[in-house]
Design a binder for this molecule. Structure first.
Ligand SMILES: Cc1cc2nc3c(=O)[nH]c(=O)nc-3n(C[C@H](O)[C@H](O)[C@H](O)COP(=O)(O)OP(=O)(O)OC[C@H]3O[C@@H](n4cnc5c(N)ncnc54)[C@H](O)[C@@H]3O)c2cc1C
Length: 346
């Protein structure tokens, strides 16, 4: 029986693990992957952070790269690995937890091969679980390559010919930009009146401005925080207007339906598409937690990570408390809050 099991060894799990060490708790981290940093390594090859180095610190060990640098995915994974090594964090890999249940003594936590027992549990399984793809993708001809952004790495995965990118978030526009550089026709499906923010402004980084005006501190229960968290998040660092003006980029509106090689959009039907990248997001999955109560966004009900099941906590959810909650540099505030809560209550 451990004091704590942390489920998930990403930045959120590692941050709370740092604080449990401070509290001298006996804990174990379990993770479905086979190494630290895997969620980053699985993302596309050219990915660069939108946060500069000075906004990427986890508690107790600074992000090692120089101020103003936008790290790539390998640099982030290396930092997470060195973090684990530095604090000698106990992790069991290849354990995907598929059942969690409160018991008389604490919690029973099960993977396919093991059962763990802990007095309390912290869930740090990340904001992104099941890739979402619109149902019409099932009606599309098998000769057309379809990839969800979760599995997109680079344009070498595509066959020759026109490519469709669906989704107007950061992932969609970054992937669109990369594929449009291969000169082929790229159809873009999604909203085009996207609000955007540049990565640098008046000689300072966007994140510097965010911290100056307190943008990262508005919590989701405040008037401004409610407005920001419920609105569409702006795309950061991609010049979307210039991208949409490129001669080989064709904006087709929302995707409506599909039939073999015919794909229908708000602005008509296309029959020459050979590849599709679905940057259409993810759905959260907490079904494996017995008794979990979900909010309107399908995330577990909680206040600043403290759930309504005694002894069960969350960290790393989008807008757990602020915009920063699901970022490298922001998660430590939530981890510190849980540290203080646990110190007082456990
Ligand atoms: C494309 C992209 C770019 C981003 N860029 C930035 C950026 O520039 N700056 C920034 O600060 N943030 C950025 N983020 C946001 C955020 O920092 C990352 O999403 C980060 O990976 C979230 O960390 P996490 O620890 O909460 O979750 P994850 O990194 O997803 O880690 C969760 C861990 O939980 C494990 N897990 C999940 N389910 C189970 C289970 N049932 N049992 C056992 N283990 C499980 C997984 O294997 C994984 O290792 C970006 C996100 C994306 C998608």
């Amino acid at each position: 029986m451990k004091d704590y099991i942390i489920i998930g060894a990403g930045q959120a799990g590692l941050s709370i693990s740092y604080y449990l060490t401070q509290l001298k708790k006996d804990f174990l981290i379990v993770d479905a992957n086979d190494e630290v940093g895997k969620p980053w390594l699985k993302r596309w090859d050219s990915l660069k952070l939108f946060t500069p180095s000075e906004f990427n610190h986890l508690p107790g060990l600074e992000f090692p790269l120089k101020k103003g640098h936008y790290a790539n995915k390998y640099e982030v994974a290396d930092y997470l690995k060195s973090y684990v090594k530095h604090f000698n964090m106990p992790i069991e890999f290849n354990q995907k937890i598929n059942h969690l249940e409160k018991t008389a003594e604490g919690f029973s936590i099960k993977s396919e091969t093991k059962t763990y027992q802990a007095k309390e549990v912290i869930i740090a399984t990340g904001p992104f679980h099941t890739p979402f793809t619109p149902l019409c993708h099932k009606k599309i001809d098998a000769d057309i390559i379809q990839i969800h952004s979760e599995n997109y790495k680079n344009p070498n995965q595509l066959q020759d010919g026109a490519t469709l990118v669906v989704g107007a978030g950061d992932s969609g526009v970054q992937i669109l930009e990369e594929i449009s550089n291969t000169e082929r026709t790229v159809y873009f499906s999604g909203k085009t009146n996207i609000s955007t923010l540049p990565q640098e402004f008046l000689g300072k980084t966007l994140w510097w401005w965010f911290s100056k005006i307190g943008f990262l501190s508005f919590n989701k229960y405040s008037f401004i925080g409610k407005k920001i968290s419920k609105g569409l998040q702006p795309v950061i660092g991609t010049d979307v207007k210039a991208l949409f003006k490129k001669p080989n980029v064709v904006c087709v509106g929302r995707t409506l339906d599909a039939n073999k090689t015919e794909i229908t959009f708000e602005k008509g039907t296309k029959t020459d598409i050979k590849n599709i990248v679905w940057a259409t997001g993810f759905k959260p999955n907490f079904d494996w937690i017995k008794g979990v109560e979900l909010d309107d966004n399908h995330y577990p009900k909680n206040f600043r990570g403290v759930s309504n099941i005694k002894g069960l906590y969350y960290i790393g959810l989008p807008w757990l408390y602020t915009r920063g909650s699901a970022t490298l540099g922001g998660v430590q505030k939530d981890a510190k809050y849980l540290h203080d809560y646990i110190k007082e209550h456990a």
